[in-house]
Design a protein around this ligand. Structure first.
Ligand SMILES: [Zn+2]
Length: 87
C-alpha cells in the first residue's frame, strides 16, 4: 500500500461513504488518474474530502455497496495510479 498525501480519519467506525481519489494526468485532467479509494463514515466525509482537495487531488463520492464492509479511515491505493509507484 502506498502513502497517501493527505491524512485519513483515525476513527474505525463503519464506513458509509467511499471516495474515489483522482490525480491529474500529464495533460492536466483532474480525473486523469484513479489513485486511491478511501472509506469514511458520514461524520468524517467532509473533512476527508477537504483533505483530498488540499492535496490537489479530486474526490468523487460514490455509494458504498451494501455488502462491502470497511472502517472509516480504510484506504486502497491503486498500483496503476500516480501514487502507486508503478509508472
Ligand atoms: Zn469516521
Amino acid at each position: 500500500m502506498g502513502n497517501l498525501p493527505f491524512a485519513l480519519p483515525d476513527c474505525d467506525q463503519p464506513a458509509t461513504v467511499r471516495l474515489e481519489v483522482y490525480g491529474r494526468d500529464a495533460a492536466g485532467d483532474p480525473f486523469g488518474s484513479l489513485d486511491a479509494a478511501v472509506y469514511c463514515c458520514e461524520q468524517h466525509a467532509i473533512e476527508t474530502v477537504t483533505a483530498v482537495w488540499i492535496a490537489d487531488l479530486t474526490a468523487h463520492k460514490v455509494e458504498l455497496a451494501p455488502d462491502i464492509v470497511r472502517a472509516c479511515g480504510d484506504s486502497y491505493v491503486f498500483p496503476t495510479g500516480n501514487l502507486g509507484g508503478q509508472r
